[in-house]
Design a protein around this ligand. Structure first.
Ligand code: CTP
Ligand code: CA
Length: 233
């Protein structure tokens, strides 16, 4: 334990964190994207480094400064994110998918700027589905004991509550831990604070009270560290 209370319990561990939102180009000036700021992923990278881990942060379109002591790789699209996460994750101890990958991309990227016409019409966009990185990491573990963590921002709907939907997502993805944000009350995107439940494939549920993204990051690493405990370094 160091003076400021951070345990070096991830010393000797190698972890990969993804952050930010991917962008899918339509033409040379336009893209499909989302509002993810990357702040939760950056907080996770910073917290892991403070606890002694060797950290690779794969950052998609973020405007945040590189955290010190963290190896940062920058990407734009979901396919680039997939390639860099898989490359960095080989043999690692934990992967946390905090990024918001675009689920779809235009089936073709126009080499020239798409122009409008005078008849008031608009082009139809044809989209194709992007690869699901978390599902792939969970199905084909990058190491024999790699802990795989996903995120989900959910609102309840007619088919179930936030936690029902999140349990189903955890099972579908096949990851070890799913960090669930209830976004029905308002926006979490871009805000400094976060409130979450961490669901485990073992049936566990850890409620994390409203607090900073740094505090949530440390609680997530507590859960990861517990699962790594029995594995030799
Ligand atoms: N994720 C991923 N690859 C994708 C999409 C999502 O790895 N192509 C990861 C995210 O980083 C996150 C988790 O999967 O950790 C859940 O993302 P979410 O968008 O909630 O899941 P989806 O399966 O895309 O479901 P939805 O239809 O609700 O968007
Ligand atoms: Ca999605």
């Amino acid at each position: 334990v160091l003076a400021h209370g951070v345990r070096r319990d991830l010393a000797g561990r190698r972890v990969v964190v993804s952050a930010g939102g991917t962008r899918e180009p339509l033409d040379p000036v336009r893209y499909l994207g989302n509002r993810s700021s990357g702040r939760q992923g950056y907080a996770l990278a910073r917290a892991a480094a403070a606890r002694g881990a060797e950290v690779t942060l794969v950052a998609a379109n973020t405007e945040l400064g590189d955290p010190s002591g963290v190896h940062v790789v920058r990407v734009e699209t979901t396919e680039q994110l997939r390639a860099e996460v898989l490359a960095a994750a080989a043999g690692c101890d934990a992967v946390v998918m905090a990024a918001a990958p675009a689920d779809f991309r235009p089936s073709a990227v126009s080499g020239a700027k798409i122009k409008k016409t005078d008849d008031g019409s608009a082009p139809a966009l044809e989209l194709v589905q992007n690869p699901d990185i978390l599902r792939e990491l969970s199905a084909h573990r990058p190491g024999p004991t790699t802990v795989v963590v996903g995120f989900a921002a959910e609102t309840g709907d007619g088919t179930g509550s936030v936690l029902d939907l999140a349990r189903a997502k955890l099972a579908r993805k096949g990851c070890d831990l799913l960090v669930v944000n209830d976004v029905s009350g308002g926006a979490v995107f871009g805000s400094a604070d976060n409130e979450a439940v961490i669901l485990g494939a073992d049936g566990s549920a850890t409620e994390v009270p409203r607090g900073s993204k740094g505090a949530l990051a440390h609680t997530i690493w507590d859960q990861v560290a517990r699962r790594l405990q029995d594995d030799p370094q």
